[in-house]
Ligand binder design. Sequence first.
Ligand code: C2E
Ligand code: CA
Ligand code: CA
Length: 579
Amino acid sequence: MPEIRANWPKLVPQGSEFFSRAEAVFSLWDTGFVLVDWSEKLMKRQDFDSQTAVRLSDVYPALAHPPSADLVRLVIDTHKPQTIRLSTSTGERYDLLLLPASGGLAVIEISADGPSETSAQEAERALLRHQATHDVLTGLPNRRQFSDELARLLPTGNRGAMALMQIDLDDFKPVNDTLGHGAGDIVLKLAANRIKSVLGTYETAFRLAGDEFAVLQVYHEQPGEAERLADALVAEFKKPFFVDGIAVFVGASIGVAIAPRDGNEGEQLMKAADVALYAAKKEGRRCARTFHPSMLHVLEQRELLRRSLRVALAHGEFFLEYQPIVDRSRSVTGFEALLRWRHPILGVIPPIAFIPMAEADGLMSDIGQWVLEEACRAALSWPDHYTVAVNLSPAEFLTAGFTDRVSQTLDIVGFPAERLELEITETVLLERTINNLDTLNTLNVLGIQISLDDFGTEYSSLSYLKNFPFDNIKIDKYFINDLLDDAKSQTIVRSVISLSHGLGMCVTAEGVETAEQAAWLLSEGCDRLQGYFLSPPMHVDRIGQFAGHRKGRGAIGNAASNNAAADGARMAVGQGGAG
Ligand code: C2E
Ligand code: CA
Ligand code: CA
């Protein structure tokens, strides 16, 4: 049981004000309650015969019977520490602190010979200490303990090497969001156990936060040993987790940093592991990467971008392009506003490249507000039956007072709510379900149209369709792409159309690139179309021309033959793709 022995310093931190190894009557038991480690003091008292296994009931007979035995089970099952007061056969009272240990149970006997008052206090303090340094859910040592251990284990002088592994679960959030937090908790516990199961003597796991874990490994052969372990961890996460019989796939991405090579201060090492983790995520996730200085270059560029993103709004570097949407008679019903960033050096950057960063940095709420106002102002000058669709990011939608801001904006600009369409993705809805419904209902009451964007790409839960008052479902371009030669896509699109209609919602297909796709969709009853076949997103100045151009044409004319629009459109694509 060397794994358990290695946890000794974590359970009773060396030099702890409460127990030192020499003073405490301490014992460590595996899950079969066989003694695997003990302090001198216990050994002196018990007089073990090293040849035969010592059982918990040999040392603490009371723990073999209820109700004490139940308490022991509770510690093992819940990973939560417990204290229990017992008396010896001669009537002396003592307290036992029962602590969950990786792979078993730790027992600390407190002041068996001291006054019971102090003993209770000590037990209390020790309990608090354990609670403060361990994660309740997984029983792993927590971030606080991690920081202490990291500082303690950093190599000094010529003493060895240490690896820090940052583990981040892939696709954990959707589990939480779709199967519920209970399922999420189960996966986290199973994940913690899985991590522990591959660790050896000089390796300790911690839970840092949410779905972030860390492992510290003290071995000389670095980075070889760390890479071996990281690969083993990644492999371990390729197997599914079972939650109530449902197979859930949650992978692990790992960033490895080695001390002293990559830094010999906690913070520096964390940063290096972070950079490596970022590289692992970038390279497709479910893999491990070891820090290399060249990774910093990528990060520096990202930092540069991030910094310029912070001032982009103030510097007026954002602009919108508009993509037309047509109905079944191919008349324009409105435009979707799409955000672009004209970077002073890098040129035009597409939203995919900066919106996630803006979201992560908390900038998306302000940017979104700008988009809304800008789009409404622009649409004010359009024919008054045209709508404008604005995309919402989760951060905006979840901002307190979001609906007030929307209605204020409409007031200030003087734009009718009926002409505004807000596009939200399922990710938005996953965040905070009860209030989401309120927010959507408020928008609905204001008269704003609501579209469910990118339908089918995320965790399409049909319950949203039942519970939320959508006006429109947008089928993602992923299904439109191969529509004509993939029978499955056809089936899915057909079903979404009939599902939406059955629920009284309108359907828009996005990413329609050819006249053939358009014809197929219309023949299947799709209500609205959007895509390059009609026009890519265009500059606001071209809208008047585009609308005017289409006006003279028969309503059922083939939009694909509209060369002027298509040419202009291609120009716009070239522009949008720069950077
Ligand atoms: P989206 O909402 O799904 O927007 C449609 C995307 O598909 C746009 O990409 C559009 O240019 C592209 N597209 C349109 N027709 C076609 C086609 O026929 N073929 C192909 N292959 N693509 C087509 P874009 O402008 O790069 O925007 C990407 C995403 O960025 C948007 O996806 C949306 O999720 C997000 N986004 C854009 N503007 C905003 C915004 O103002 N706020 C927020 N929160 N997100 C935005
Ligand atoms: Ca959209
Ligand atoms: Ca979309």
